[in-house]
Design a protein around this ligand. Structure first.
Ligand code: CP
Ligand code: NVA
Length: 313
């Protein structure tokens, strides 16, 4: 088993500043091209759910670093016909330098990492989406940080997560927020309160309970530095669409909610967005929205994460 990135706490706190610095350096040098840091390396990409940003940013990122992305169609692999995760992990580890996977069950990704001997990167599971939170944190650090105090610029900031507070994005912000020293104020319907498993994972990681939950979105949004939301119907939740749209209706991010946050607060969203559902067009396309920078920074931060994982420390 080698070092993997499955949840936000998998990168050592003491390495965060160097990681953010690396992402900034890669972003800066990109127009001139990179040294082939990953030359000769093939990374497998396994996607059991659709993706635009994650797949493209990893494929482009690997290519730009001199590596080779190998996209594996679920229906064209033996895993899709029932070959075990353990055998898949062991066999792929003989061929590739690392595996990037997007799937449903987080336990599958943990098993892949445990049974294989190459780094595994979580490109989203039902439980977590850590690459997104790291790209988002880097996006905020570009606004708040200064040289060598990028990651630490997040400390003490308040992020209000409004909507599906039991989603992979909310879970990731709870762990990521604690890791970065942020306060996370969640607001959603009572039935979507974060699961006890998330609190257990915080404890296992030795992190404080940094989050609050309220059914009142105004309370969560008050004095926030960031208002964050995600789709109301995540991949895999389609059968619950009607019930979810009804339950989340009071949690739409609109200009009234944004006005409760700090005057210089940012609006963030992992995308894809459903304008008119979780966010109004005025907010989504308004001056406080930094959603496209988040999307771009997936590329720069994920390159830094790949280099971190292959670094022989
Ligand atoms: N935000 C995100 O992960 O987007 P994709 O589903 O397009 O990869
Ligand atoms: N919660 C969303 C995130 C998409 C990037 C989903 O899982 O579909």
């Amino acid at each position: 088993m080698s070092q993997s990135f499955l949840q936000c706490t998998d990168i050592h706190k003491g390495d965060l500043e160097a990681l953010f610095h690396q992402a900034a350096a890669l972003k800066h040098e990109r127009p001139r091209g990179h040294a082939p840091y990953l030359e000769g390396q093939t990374w497998a990409l396994i996607f059991h759910k659709p993706s635009t940003r994650t797949r493209v940013s990893f494929e482009v990122g690997l290519h730009e670093l001199g590596g080779h992305p190998l996209y594996l169609e679920q229906s064209q692999t033996q895993m899709g016909r029932g070959e075990t995760v353990a055998d898949t992990a062991k066999v792929l580890s003989r061929y590739v330098r690392g595996i990037i996977i997007r799937t449903f069950d987080h336990a599958l990704v943990e098993e892949l990492a445990r049974e294989g001997s190459v780094p595994v990167v979580n490109g989203l599971t039902d439980l977590f989406h850590p690459c997104q939170v790291y790209a988002d944190a880097f996006t905020l650090s570009e606004r708040w940080g200064i040289e060598d105090e990028r990651a630490s610029s997040l400390q003490g900031r308040k992020l209000a997560f409004i909507g599906d507070t039991a989603s992979n994005m909310a879970n990731s912000w709870i762990l990521g927020g604690a890791h970065f020293g942020m306060e996370i104020a969640l607001s959603g319907p009572e039935a979507f309160r974060p699961k006890p498993e998330i609190e257990a994972r915080l404890k296992t990681a030795g992190l404080p309970l940094n989050y609050t939950f309220t059914t009142d979105p105004a309370e969560a949004a008050r004095d926030a530095d960031v208002i964050y939301t995600d789709v109301w119907v995540s991949m895999g939740d389609e059968a619950e669409r009607e019930a979810r749209l009804k339950a989340f209706r009071p949690y739409q991010v609109d200009e009234r909610l944004m006005a409760l946050a700090k005057p210089d607060a940012y609006f963030m969203h992992c995308l894809p967005a459903h304008e008119g559902e979780e966010v109004t067009t005025a907010v989504y396309r308004g001056p406080q929205s930094i959603v496209l920078d988040e999307a771009e920074n997936r590329l720069h931060m994920q390159k830094a994460i790949l280099l971190y994982l292959v670094d022989d420390r």
